[in-house]
Write a protein that binds this ligand. Structure first.
Ligand code: ASP
Length: 300
């Protein structure tokens, strides 16, 4: 099969999406794909397309990233994000930031301007200030739906029924531009009522995200403590590197996640020529990709 001119795949988390939430998930995925497509179609960079797609999803309160993310045990939003570039293997990542409206912007700034690959908490926010990224008030990231869910968890037992999407709704994107550059990214508010400072798989190279021009790009979602155990994104990259077809690679990762950790999750990927695949063992995963003719496929 010949390679598409450019490719983009995005996700909004693998979770048991209630029927009432499906229209919002679909709209969010569509908007993210459109934002990325607009850049890729004018021969723009995969880095710009991925950043644009993730910003749409971070700003959409449907998803557990940026504004509207789950609150931690202390009632605060703490965000993690990563972006990785496949030719250089360079990545930029942030963890446990509380005053950054779009953590993916900061992750990109670290990739491009820092000698380091990951910054956390106050240090990441200091880097933002020193590099022209404005800090927001932490309360700007908190929405009423999540505050109410957190309140009810505090009053009773922490329970998934209080949470729209509960521990899920992380977002991710992978793009391949006309020049063949591959970039992958993941952004999350992590698990709800998490211990302050908890960091999951999402911002870790090889766990929640990986990009290698010789293999492909991957973004994961699901139970972070389980995904870290099998280093899922790097596993997918290794399978692709060794010649697995995109769908076979994605399926094998989810199977190992289930078999070795008895946990749930999913991933999206593009192989090095831009062919998309997605796999998950939850009832659904909000995701979509550009078809070769430029139209969009969206699920569920
Ligand atoms: N993987 C994320 C985390 O554990 C959560 C998710 O993808 O839903 O922080």
């Amino acid at each position: 099969m010949s390679s598409p001119k450019f490719s983009l795949i995005v996700h909004g988390g693998a979770w048991d999406i209630p029927a009432a939430a499906i229209p919002d998930c679909r709209a969010g995925i569509r908007h993210a794909l459109e934002a990325g497509r607009e850049i890729l179609a004018r021969d723009g960079a995969a880095m710009d397309a991925v950043e644009a797609a993730i910003i749409v999803l971070e700003d959409d309160i449907t998803f557990d990233a940026g504004t509207g993310a789950h609150l931690n045990r202390d009632g605060r939003v703490q965000l993690d994000a990563i972006i990785m570039e496949g030719a250089s293997l360079k990545a930029g990542a942030v963890a446990a930031v509380e005053r950054i409206k779009n953590p993916i912007r900061l992750a990109r700034k670290i990739l491009e301007s820092s000698e380091h690959m990951m910054l956390t908490g106050a240090g990441a926010e200091l880097f933002a200030q020193e590099n022209g990224i404005a800090l927001c008030d932490p309360s700007e990231l908190v929405i009423e739906r999540e505050r109410r869910a957190w309140q009810r968890c505090r009053e009773g037992n922490h329970s998934s029924e209080f949470h729209f999407g509960h521990n899920h709704g992380t977002v991710g994107a992978v793009a391949r531009d006309v020049q063949g550059r591959i970039v992958a990214a993941t952004s999350t508010g992590g698990t709800c009522c998490k211990f302050p400072g908890r960091v999951g798989d999402s911002p870790l190279v090889g766990c929640g995200c990986y990009a290698d021009a010789e293999a492909g790009g991957i973004s994961c979602t699901g139970h972070g403590e389980a995904i870290m155990k099998i280093v899922m994104a790097k596993m997918a990259a290794d399978l692709l590197r060794n010649g697995a077809a995109p769908q076979a690679a994605a399926d094998e990762c989810v199977q190992l996640l289930a078999n070795r950790t008895q946990s749930t999750g999913g991933l999206i990927l593009l192989d090095r020529s831009g062919r998309p695949a997605a796999a998950f063992n939850t009832s659904s995963m909000a995701h979509g990709y550009l078809e070769p003719d430029g139209s969009v496929f969206i699920s569920p």
